[in-house]
Design a protein. Structure first.
Length: 553
């Protein structure tokens, strides 16, 4: 079937193209061809041209961003543009608000700095005004002082013209005074150089109170500190027995390595040199350059040696023990009543209580004593110390724990000594043992068995007083002068009455200087008394006392 030429489909690729894809030479024909109107099928040429026009329109719309396309595309673009404009506007508003806040903060800080600067400027201005006023006042005072000085100079010149001899005399007196002052200074320096470290001990005031020995004299007397002369070891050095000035003495030598030994030596010299009491060891002299103290010799040694019968010596009778207790209390009370300031011994024990040839007890070794303010002693009776001192079992528990020292610290030590006088036992736990024996009714077993004739009732009173003195709390201990001394004095009176029958021709009030040696002689001459002494399991088989006891410090 032959088709019409107009009915054939033509390939668009075979046709020549002109500008914008339209056929050259066919443009007018195609545009004027309206045959497709009468047919349901659109014209192929029109479709191609429309497609080409649509593509061109799209390209033109995209390149020029105009509304030449279809209406839906324009609406979508308008909506997108509006959203973009709104978002940009919101971001710009946030930035503006943030910038405003930052500017406000900067303005606030600027105002604060400005206010501070104004205040500082005002303060500086006030200070400047004050300084200006002060400067003017100073200038005025200086001016007045200058005028006053000039007036004084004029007056002085006038007086010099009128009293020249007086001025010369004053100058001469001043020169003489300066010369005398230089001489005094030279003499003082020379004395200090000669005395060295011991200038306090060897001062003229103290030297008048005791005999000053040279080291040569002491070395010669002690045979250069021969061991055979040594009779004991004290807290600060050995003790030697010798003769000085034809007198039997005990020389206490301070050890160079003793802790605080030098200061203790100075204190002991100062205290003992001005102390005179029947129940205090007498200081006869000293060698301050070498730390030597010269004491009176105590023939019967220490109370500790006699209680524990060192050298197998005879035991002390209960009469002597009661008397020794009263004498210790008197000596201790003397220390506590020292004026203007009381003294606390701090190391009272049987080893520091010495017995002379007549068994009179004396307190020694006051080197640990410290001066206590009187106001504290009267009202508080305690004083803060930097370090505790003393001997274990005799130290006040409160003083050991707190370092608070008082006159009642010695009362505790004294109580332990009293218990040892009764029992002749070591000090460890002695107060508890005696108190328990009293509660159980076995007190008599606690008494020293070397004494066969104890007055048990009076001994128990003695023990109760000692236990009160050894109370752990300081406030529970009795007063030495008001309670302890009266009771011990009563017991000493009882002891003196019972000692009368030991002495031939003894009076009603025997002298406290009765010797234990005399008592021993009576024991030897009286078979009945001798048999009583032989019942003691610790007594010596010898009936005579040793001729000489070694004293210790």
């Amino acid at each position: 079937m032959l088709l019409d030429e107009h009915d054939l489909l033509k390939s668009p690729f075979s046709r020549p193209k002109g500008f914008n894809g339209k056929l050259i030479g066919d443009l007018s024909e195609s545009e004027s061809d309206i045959s497709f109107i009468s047919s349901d099928r659109p014209s192929t040429d029109r479709m191609i041209l429309d497609g080409m026009d649509s593509g061109r329109t799209s390209r033109l719309s995209t390149s020029s961003e105009s509304s030449n396309g279809s209406m839906p595309s324009v609406a979508k673009w308008s909506a997108f543009s509006s959203f973009t404009d709104f978002s940009s506007s919101s971001l710009e508003n946030d930035d503006v608000e943030a910038e405003m806040r930052r500017l406000k903060l900067e303005l606030q800080r600027t105002m604060e700095m400005y206010s501070t600067a104004c205040k500082e400027a005002l303060t500086a201005k006030e200070k400047a005004v004050e300084l200006q006023r002060w400067r003017m006042e100073e200038e005025q005072r200086l001016e007045e002082a200058r005028f006053s000085e000039e007036a004084k100079k004029k007056t002085s010149q006038q007086e010099q013209g009128n009293s020249k001899p007086t001025i010369e005399n004053n100058e001469a007196a001043q020169r003489i005074e300066e010369i005398e002052s230089q001489k005094r200074m030279k003499s003082e320096m020379k004395a200090i150089e000669e005395s060295g470290e011991d200038q306090d001990t060897s001062s003229p005031l103290i030297s008048l109170r005791y005999r000053r020995y040279t080291i040569d004299e002491i070395e010669e007397a002690t045979e250069y500190f021969n061991e055979s002369r040594k009779i004991g070891e004290g807290g600060y050095g050995p003790v030697f027995k010798c003769r000085l000035d034809h007198t039997l003495v005990a020389v206490k030598v301070l050890r160079p390595d003793a802790a605080q030994g030098r200061s203790q030596f100075h204190l002991e010299v100062e205290v003992l040199s001005c102390m005179r009491h029947p129940n205090m060891v007498l200081l006869l002299g000293a060698c301050p350059e070498y730390g030597c103290l010269v004491y009176e010799y105590m023939a019967n040694g220490s109370l500790e040696d006699r209680l524990f019968r060192k050298g197998n010596t005879r035991p002390l009778s209960w009469q002597l023990r009661f008397r020794i207790a009263a004498e210790i209390a008197i000596g201790l009370h003397f220390l506590h009543q020292t004026k203007p300031e009381p003294l606390v011994h701090r190391d009272l024990k049987p080893g520091n209580i010495l017995l002379d040839n007549n068994f009179v007890s004396k307190i020694s070794d006051v080197g640990l004593a410290r001066l206590v303010p009187p106001s504290v002693a009267e009202h508080v009776t305690q004083y803060r110390m930097t370090s505790t001192a003393g001997t274990f079992c005799y130290i006040d528990p409160e003083y050991q724990q707190t370092g608070m020292l008082g006159v009642k610290s010695d009362i505790y030590s004294f109580g332990i000594v009293l218990l040892q006088l009764l029992t002749a036992k070591p000090a460890m736990g002695l107060s508890h043992l005696v108190a328990r024996s009293i509660e159980r009714g076995t007190f008599k077993e606690m008494l020293d068995p070397c004494v066969p004739d104890w007055p048990v009732e009076e001994a128990m009173n003695f023990a109760n007083l000692a236990i009160q003195c050894a109370e752990l709390r300081r406030k529970d201990r009795p007063d030495l002068g008001k309670v302890v001394l009266p009771e011990l004095d009563r017991l000493r009176g009882l002891a003196d009455e019972n000692m009368n029958h030991f002495f031939v021709g003894g009076s009603a009030s025997p002298s406290p200087s009765h010797s234990h040696a005399s008592l021993a002689q009576e024991v030897k001459s009286d078979p009945q008394i001798q048999s009583e002494y032989s019942n003691c399991k610790h007594c010596s088989s010898s009936a005579s006392l040793p001729e000489d006891f070694s004293g210790t410090f």
